[in-house]
Design a binder for this molecule. Structure first.
Ligand code: UD1
Length: 429
């Protein structure tokens, strides 16, 4: 398995292009199942999770064509996918495929909406605590699907189609909201979703669905209203920039010091995280081209942060912030409220000499004067990149093992960082 070797200490300067958002790309690809027409997605990042979802959709009979580069395309521009689910040949999503990526469970909604039935394995994905699907199932039931659990599979049936309904989520869920929105687009009548997730990716998917002919209003607010339509058409849509990748590189620059432009990044997608970076003493400057992050030698101030659904501080940046705070001048407190057990990075960060004390869902991080490079293990997607951030400021060499997790969510990470002066390379097994 590949490893990544990093020698800490170099400052970062230059430009890092921000890719299309993984968490929008996946539901957008899944939304292609709602139409016989061709969905053209631009700015798609090159990620293992995208390839994995291509496989899953292929199993349902979806054809995906990846367009080559055109004259004038920037060398690092995202790819364009032409996705056609004209003929759905299979409505079962098997364990071997779904267990590799949790979001693939979401195919349940469009399959039932379009074909009246689906059999989808209970999901796997990142090992960050129990990640149930009860709310996704509840949403499908509210829209008239009959649900049975058979041999580890969720079987959903709506032979006469789905009907509009009222869905009130007792807890904010991104996957539940995506599922409800997708299913409701083709339901008979109007659906109202209360306490919907407001993550920017929900809005991006709704924009695309509206281009396909759906009637969705209120995406990005807690109340989404969907008027069902009889069918959806193809469309062309460009994936919004990845706010988690943006926040991750912003913290990498904060950690290593230097001056980097995060090209194509949009501040409004991660204002809470940028505010926290501002509190640490890092300069965050929105420009026409993206966001500029600068830190010149000044010490990092400690912070108190609690993760929350959007527009709060994202759980997907919690591990990266913790890595940064290991070098702060004082004691930080970071509380995780979205996922239990999302602290696997704590023991790996300790290998660098970080001082972190865990008490329930709160980590107390006592900043230290120096970190030292170490062999470490990537555990889940966001935790792995926190180890890269720590390594950038650690003395000596760090070897990150099991980088499979990094490749799921970060496109050409070592290339983007080495272009800015980091000493980082991939060692292929
Ligand atoms: C999505 C993101 C993930 C991010 C998370 C929270 C994608 C592909 N993934 O994951 O990167 O970390 O949002 O911002 O977009 N829950 C239930 N029952 C359910 C569903 C969820 O109890 O049926 C709980 C979860 O256990 C968790 C919370 O709700 O505690 C939020 O989970 P959710 O927003 O659904 O996360 P995902 O959509 O899986």
């Amino acid at each position: 398995m590949d490893r990544i070797r990093i020698v800490g200490g170099a400052r970062l300067s230059g430009t890092i292009p921000i890719s299309g958002a993984k968490n929008a790309t996946l539901p957008l690809m899944i939304a292609s199942l709602l139409t016989e027409g061709t969905l053209i997605l631009e700015n798609v990042p090159r990620l293992v999770d995208v390839v994995q979802l291509q496989r899953i959709l292929g199993n349902h009979g979806v054809d995906i064509m990846i367009a080559g580069k055109r004259p004038g395309d920037a060398p690092n521009s995202g790819r364009t996918l032409h996705i056609s689910a004209k003929h759905i040949v299979d409505t079962t999503a098997p364990y071997e495929l779904v267990s590799k990526m949790r979001a693939s469970f979401w195919v349940l909604a469009p399959l039932v909406a379009r074909r009246g039935e689906a059999r989808v394995s209970m999901p796997g994905g990142c090992a960050i605590g129990t990640r149930p699907v009860d709310l996704l199932i509840m949403a499908m039931e509210k829209l008239g699907a009959q649900i049975d659990i058979e041999g580890g599979y969720v079987v959903a049936r709506a032979p006469r189609g789905l009907r509009g309904g009222e869905i009130e989520f007792p807890k904010i869920t991104v996957g539940g909201t995506h599922t409800a929105v997708m299913a409701a687009t083709l339901a008979n009548g109007t659906t109202v979703i209360e306490n919907a997730a407001r993550e920017p990716e929900i809005g991006d998917v709704a924009d695309c669905l509206n281009k396909m002919g759906a009637k969705i209003s209120g995406a990005g607010t807690p109340r989404i209203v969907i008027e069902g339509v009889a069918k959806l058409d193809g469309a062309r849509h460009s994936v919004l920039p990845d706010r988690i990748e943006t926040g991750t590189y912003a913290m990498a620059v904060a950690m290593a010091g230097g001056d980097v432009l995060l090209q194509n990044a949009r501040p409004e997608l991660l204002q809470a995280a940028l505010d926290v970076l501002g509190e640490t003493g890092v300069a965050v400057t929105p420009t026409n081209e993206g966001i500029r992050i600068t830190r010149n030698g000044a010490a990092l101030a400690p912070v108190e942060v609690t993760t929350a659904p959007f527009p709060g501080f994202p759980t997907d940046l919690q591990a990266q912030l913790m890595a940064l705070m290991t070098r702060a001048n004082g004691v930080s407190r970071i509380t995780e409220t979205i996922f239990e057990n999302r602290f696997m990075h704590v023991q790996e960060l300790a290998r660098f000499g970080a001082h972190i004390h865990l008490d329930g869902q709160t980590a107390t991080v006592e900043g230290v004067k120096r970190l030292r490079g170490a062999p470490v293990m990537a555990t889940d997607l966001r935790a792995s990149v926190s180890l890269v951030i720590a390594a950038l400021a650690a003395e000596g060499e760090t070897m990150v093992n099991r980088v499979y997790h990094l490749d799921r969510g970060f496109e050409r990470l070592e290339e983007k960082l080495s272009h800015c002066g980091a000493t980082i390379e991939r060692l292929s097994a």
